[in-house]
Design a protein around this ligand. Structure first.
Ligand SMILES: Nc1ncnc2c1ncn2[C@@H]1O[C@H](COP(=O)(O)OP(=O)(O)OP(=O)(O)O)[C@@H](O)[C@H]1O
Ligand SMILES: [Mg+2]
Length: 253
């Protein structure tokens, strides 16, 4: 079955209306809320009237064909694209009033994972992780060592700290990138096509790590066009299409 066929297994359940009212009384906290957001790349409109809410503990997919706006959406959330229209809060930061100087603090509360891992090639895994901790204010060596051991353990890479990135497989490098995203105990993990460079089996292994992290209570928003993964690990799914973002469900077969 090609991607097109799989794509047809999703149907729109509700184009989220503009007047969507968020339920503030429910139990779990909101980590991300967007209201009537429009996202632009330069002067071009990419997404329009985006309204959504993500609650603590959710695992949410963001799908959509290439160029539909997934990465632009993610960039808006981590402060790489300024929010010019609409309202948005993420891990208690107001995206509308976010200043350049606030961005490092926002990113400390987010764990960001990219398709291409972005590990520093000139140093070991241990030093890669320590670099991030130092850059985010950690000082005490024993505390840093403990935190690094803890996140490496969470992704099943406890014994690999001494290796250089090029000595690891793609899947292992992505697990390290996930460990790096966990260093500052993020409230929300944003993963933009984390399995995009991996073969199907390795993708499943990385996905298992993300699932475990989600089961331990962390909230994850993951952009992907790997429909096989979504079928294997079904979860709430948002789709970017025709400048809109709406929730879709998998059709029962
Ligand atoms: N830096 C940029 N400057 C101008 N336009 C951009 C820039 N980045 C993306 N765009 C445009 O914005 C639109 C959305 O791109 P985006 O990268 O968000 O899509 P995507 O869904 O992530 O695609 P892919 O699946 O290929 O990663 C596209 O039309 C793209 O050409
Ligand atoms: Mg993209």
């Amino acid at each position: 079955m090609g991607l097109k066929g799989l794509n047809a297994d999703f149907k729109t359940i509700m184009p989220i209306p503009q007047s969507y009212s968020f339920n503030r009384n429910s139990m779990s906290a909101t980590v991300l809320e967007l209201k009537d957001v429009s996202i632009f790349q330069k002067e071009n409109l990419v997404l329009n009237d985006v309204c959504l809410e993500v609650k603590e503990g959710e695992f949410v997919y963001l799908i959509g064909k290439t160029g539909s706006g997934k990465s632009s959406f993610m960039k808006t959330l981590y402060g790489d694209l300024p929010l010019k229209q609409g309202e948005g809060t993420i891990v208690d930061f107001d995206l509308k009033t976010l200043k350049e100087k606030d961005i490092p603090y926002l990113r400390r509360k987010l764990g960001i994972v990219f398709q291409d891992f972005k590990l520093l090639p000139d140093r070991t895994i241990q030093k890669n992780l320590q670099f991030v901790l130092k850059a985010t204010g950690w000082k005490e060596q024993s505390k840093m060592d403990e935190q690094i051991a803890d996140v490496l353990d969470k992704v099943g890479m406890k014994t690999k700290g001494f290796k250089f990135p090029h000595e690891l497989s793609g899947g292992e490098q992505q697990r390290i990138a996930i460990a790096r995203a966990l260093l500052n105990d993020p409230e929300l993990i944003l993963a933009d096509e984390p399995t995009g460079n991996l073969d199907p089996q390795t993708s499943v292994e990385v996905m298992k790590v993300l699932q475990d992290i989600n089961k331990s209570g962390r909230t994850i928003l993951m952009a992907t066009h790997d429909y096989a993964l979504i079928l294997k690990y079904p979860s709430k799914t948002l789709k970017c299409d025709g400048n809109k973002v709406f929730e879709v469900v998998q059709r029962a077969v």
